[in-house]
Design a protein around this ligand. Structure first.
Ligand code: NDP
Length: 266
């Protein structure tokens, strides 16, 4: 049978490029878990994906209810789950004020980490049941959350502190909207969320790898300076960032190349 893979945020950028690369092998059925159904359908069509290779299912990671509903819908489809790729993310570097998920968590950490955390925890049972020989759960990380890299040392640096904002509910009301309890900073919130993503995979590996045989990993795809991730950035940044990455840091990868990389680790 074909392998069955869920990719979150497959309606653009890396997620779409990965879906396309897997569809082209003819060996995978891709469940595109997306918040905008029409956008996902258009994206799959324009990427040239054949209809029999994908299904679009609604998932809004900024709502834990939506995550639960997605898992129900997926289970009712009767498909097995062999690989889960948590790829979706929001990045709000220019936001002056925090915004919040349906349940009231700061949006970047709420979407990138909490939504994916619940999704991964719920779908662990489905992955366990798969008879596929190399079952995997992959979260897309980022070097911006790693202080042993150049990009990870550009301020504001990721720092989870003593988790006091988390403990207080991350809601900007009776707690800070930042994990470490500090003032809101959108770029830092993104980096913090990516640290959480990477820690989640380490902890899942520690707790569940031996018992389940599932491989848990996080992956940095390279700097795909052209994706929609930077849509909230100032225009000058969007103009200069791709050539800067191409010619100065040499960290640039195209969406296609990054999609192939992620497709390889599936
Ligand atoms: P894009 O913005 O192109 O893709 C992000 C995707 O996430 C979109 O499909 C978007 O949906 C989806 N998404 C956002 N919010 C939600 C939500 N609430 N529910 C469901 N889906 C949502 O960016 P990239 O392709 O660059 O990013 C993909 C991953 O790669 C991210 O995890 C990012 O952190 C990581 N990454 C990217 C790097 C880069 O250089 N671009 C570098 C390192 C890591 P919609 O289409 O509806 O907007």
């Amino acid at each position: 049978r074909k392998g069955s893979v869920i990719i979150t945020g497959a309606s653009s950028g890396l997620g779409l490029a990965t879906a396309k690369a897997l569809a082209e092998t003819g060996k995978w059925h891709i469940i595109m878990a997306c918040r905008d159904f029409l956008k996902a359908e258009r994206a799959a069509k324009s990427a040239g994906m054949a209809k029999e290779n994908y299904t679009i299912m609604h998932l809004d990671l900024a709502s834990l209810d939506s995550v639960r509903q997605f898992v129900d819908t997926f289970r009712r489809s009767g498909r097995p789950l062999d690989v889960l790729v948590c790829n979706a993310a929001v990045y709000l570097p220019t936001a002056k004020e925090p915004t919040f998920t349906a349940e009231g968590f700061e949006l970047s950490v709420g979407t990138n980490h909490l939504g994916h955390f619940l999704l991964s925890r719920l779908l662990l049972d489905d992955l366990k049941q798969s008879d596929y020989p190399s079952k995997r759960l992959i979260i897309v990380g980022s070097i911006t959350g790693n202080t042993n890299t150049l990009a990870g040392n550009v301020p504001p640096k990721a720092n989870l502190g003593d988790l006091r904002g988390f403990a207080g509910g991350l809601n900007g009301l009776n707690s800070s909207s930042m994990i470490d309890g500090g003032d809101f900073d959108g770029a830092k919130a993104y980096k913090d969320s990516k640290v959480c993503n990477m820690l989640t995979m380490q902890e899942f590996h520690r707790r569940f790898h031996e018992e389940t045989g599932i491989a848990f990993a996080s992956l940095y795809p390279g700097c795909i300076a052209t994706t929609g991730l930077f849509r909230e950035h100032i225009p000058l940044f969007r103009l200069l960032f791709p050539p800067f990455q191409k010619y100065i840091t040499k960290g640039y990868v195209s969406e296609d190349e990054a999609g192939k990389r992620l497709a390889q680790v599936k």
